[in-house]
Design a binder for this molecule. Structure first.
Ligand code: G3P
Length: 226
């Protein structure tokens, strides 16, 4: 499973891209609205930092407007993927953008049938929102599993991005279910990396090494004294 970063914050992307694990990024209007500066330039910088697909979302409600926005966004960088909502107009736009060879990520997916329709319309990626499903008491794992199975059984090449990830267990779940990608907020990446036993282990290794060095130095001093 590939790991994407779900943010528009350049400092966070710079930090985590140095780990060498990022294969792409996803943004949305909420994430971009938290940043200051020119949105087009931010998107271009993200493309340069992650070196993989970067999703940028349209705001129009109608297919024609979505396609026009998509053309502008796709012109920013070769890595841009157009995020479209799961609506009738979004599906129509996905088909049209496929004909224009522009990649799409159909977002705000909350059911297996929505994912199936988005894939059939021509989406390159679909993004089921696991955190928001859990928020309303649905079993996001079950819905994610259904989507992965339906795509596999029906030989659908559209990739599944587990989105709206809220904690490390969501990432483990997505990987176990066979999702192609999980798009992960920076704070969840940091939690995934951190383990108290790793920190304790590093401390112990250092302590033992220093103890040994100290003993050797003391022995050398004694030998010289003799
Ligand atoms: O990738 C979609 C994501 O940004 C939505 O996350 O936490 O707002 O549900 P959240």
């Amino acid at each position: 499973m590939d790991l994407f970063i779900d943010t528009a914050n350049l400092d966070d992307i710079r930090e985590i891209s140095r780990w060498g694990i990022l294969r792409g990024a996803t943004t949305n209007p909420t994430l971009l609205s938290r940043e200051s500066g020119d949105y087009n330039m931010i998107l271009q910088e993200i493309c340069g930092l992650v070196g993989g697909p970067v999703s940028a979302e349209v705001l129009a409600d109608d297919a024609e407007g979505m396609v026009a926005e998509a053309e502008q966004l796709a012109g920013l960088h070769d890595s841009i993927v157009i995020k479209l909502p799961t609506t009738a107009e979004g599906l129509q736009a996905a088909g049209e953008l496929k004909r224009r060879q522009i990649k799409t990520n159909v977002t705000l997916v909350f059911s297996a049938n929505q994912a199936l329709m988005a894939a059939t319309a021509g989406a390159t990626y679909v993004s089921p929102f696991v955190g928001r499903l859990d928020d309303i008491g649905h079993d996001s794992g079950e819905i994610l599993a259904d989507i992965v199975d339906i795509f596999s059984v029906n030989k659908i090449s559209t990739k599944v991005i587990a989105a709206s990830i809220r904690h490390p267990l969501h990432v483990t779940q997505a990987a176990l279910l066979g999702c192609d990608i999980a798009t992960i907020p920076p704070q969840v990446f940091r939690k995934m990396l951190k383990h108290p036993l790793t920190d304790i282990g590093i401390k112990l290794f250092k302590q033992d090494w220093e103890k040994k060095q100290k003993k050797q130095t003391e022995k050398q001093a004694l030998d010289v004294g003799l």
